[in-house]
Write a protein that binds this ligand. Structure first.
Ligand code: F0G
Length: 475
């Protein structure tokens, strides 16, 4: 019998206490953190939605797996169990463990990129972009138009624009060493990519003889969206869909901190023997011997078990339902969000919620700080604080002003989410009182991690548009 309530398909065996704080205490703590949520002690956060990366709760089977960890420097059986678990889903020739996703990216870019290279993707995640740019190469984002509109409904807003990809390959194919695709498209709102689009990109790559590499951090969530939304896949198991996805690629980079349900780890997988040889040589320089990468044997065991658990469809149903639950409740309150809701996070459109705060007074930061002072909730600004700083020191508004509420896997229950929704209601009611921020101190790049902020006085704030009208339009 179908029921409306989708339960967490697990019981809780081990708990971590949450330290409760009150508003006055949080106002002091955020002031002392210079209004930068990265500066807070995590103990002072009640619900931490900063990231879904490395924050998963491990299962009893994973904890048991840790005890099987073999810490031999070379040839550890844990490596072979890890390799087998990866190949069960992603049948690549060479599986090279790394300490996390960006290490795999750095090694790959060190092999394929040079200052003439252009590397396209739907949207490169910021560490991928930085690893490409650090070689002098250019990172090119080619997500479909629909993926750039926060309000538009489209089942696969993470798709790459195949026409623009074809043009790039035809005009400058000799400078394109690889084509990438991020599944799901994190920087574009956690939106999935369809199998049709994956097949299309793979066919173009084959035609132009360019290897096709997936940034596959959230592959299981992407596969579940395909099962739910793509014609012809409703009857396929998620595991079959996962295998089909990877059958079209020549390699992958992976952050195991997402869809391998562990707190640390990653890998680079490749079919090409020469690239794999070079990658392993690089790995030895900076990560470790090829049977452990930057990891302990026990970490490899936890990944091997996590990969079996992540394709469980009861888990994925609950995972998607819990993210959607938060997104739909915020929409019901009138809070504008990026739609449809992605797999791992809800992205709130702070520009539409706080139209009286101009982009360079950081509406996303204002909302993130208000969520913390109201309920001890930590999200992350993805807007002009994160992307506004230009290499020449000037400042430009970002395309969107968002606050990402990322949901750690298997960590919070529905009442935690209900609490978040209640706090949002309070923030929504007070939205016209929120003021912008100025940056009083910042490093030359990646300023969002360490910048200091100061709230602007209400009388310094531009009040250009009336809030209700703007919000009504956006929601
Ligand atoms: N690719 C994507 C799509 C990611 O989301 C991340 C990390 C990485 C690569 C890098 O992996 O952190 O293991 O080095 N995303 C995290 C986040 C940090 O919060 O979205 P890593």
């Amino acid at each position: 019998m179908d029921r409306d309530t989708i339960i967490e398909p697990f019981r809780i065996k081990s708990v971590e206490p949450i330290r409760m704080t009150d508003r006055a205490e949080r106002e002091r703590l955020i002031r002392e953190a210079n209004y930068n949520l990265f500066n807070l002690h995590a103990d002072d956060v009640i619900i931490d939605l900063l990231t879904d990366s490395g924050t998963s709760a491990m299962s009893a089977a994973q904890w048991a797996g840790l005890m099987q960890g073999d810490e031999s420097y070379a040839g550890s059986p844990s490596y072979f169990r890890f390799e087998e678990a990866v190949k069960d889903l992603m049948p690549f020739e060479h599986i090279i463990p790394t300490h996390q996703g960006r290490a795999a990216e750095r090694i790959l870019m060190g092999i394929v990129a040079d200052p003439d290279a252009k590397i396209p993707s739907n949207t490169h995640f910021d560490t991928t972009r930085a690893n490409i740019e650090s070689t002098g190469a250019e990172a090119v984002d080619l997500v479909i138009e629909e993926g750039l509109d926060p309000d538009l409904e489209h089942p696969f807003k993470g798709n790459i624009d195949l026409d623009r990809l074809e043009t790039l390959l035809e005009d400058e194919g000799e400078n394109v060493p690889i084509v990438m695709l991020t599944i799901t498209n994190n920087s574009g709102g956690g939106q999935p990519v369809s199998l049709e689009n994956i097949r299309g990109a793979a066919a173009l790559c084959e035609e132009h003889d360019v290897p096709f590499i997936l940034d596959a951090c959230r592959f299981a969530e992407n596969a579940y969206f395909i099962k739910q939304r793509e014609d012809g896949y409703g009857d396929h198991s998620v595991k079959e869909i996962v295998r089909e996805i990877f059958s079209h690629a020549d390699g992958m980079t992976m952050s195991a901190k997402k869809d391998a349900l562990v707190n640390i780890g990653g890998w680079l997988a490749l079919d090409d023997d020469d690239w794999a040889r070079e990658a392993r040589n690089q790995l030895i320089l900076t990560e470790g011997f090829p049977t452990y990468g930057g990891l302990a044997g026990r970490d490899l065991e936890a990944i091997a078990v996590g990969l079996q658990e992540i394709v469980d469809e009861d888990y994925l149903e609950y995972r998607m339902a819990s993210t959607r639950y938060l997104g739909e409740a915020l929409t019901d309150l009138g809070v504008p969000i990026v739609t449809p809701v992605g797999g791992h996070a809800v992205y709130v459109n702070a520009k539409a919620l706080l139209p009286h705060i101009p982009p360079l007074e950081y509406p996303g930061q204002a909302l993130a700080v208000a969520l913390y002072t109201t309920g001890g909730i930590r999200g992350v600004e993805i807007g002009s604080v994160m992307f506004g700083q230009q290499p020449d020191g000037s400042e430009e508004p970002a395309r969107m002003e968002l606050v990402r509420l990322a949901i750690p896997r298997r960590v919070y229950t529905q009442s935690h989410v209900d609490y978040v929704i209640e706090c949002f209601e309070e923030v929504y009611d007070r939205r016209e009182e929120l003021t912008g921020f100025e940056i009083t101190e910042e490093p030359p790049q990646l300023r969002h991690f360490t910048a200091h902020f100061q709230p602007l006085e209400p009388d310094a704030v531009h009040r250009e548009t009336s809030v209700p009208e703007e919000v009504a339009r956006a929601s």
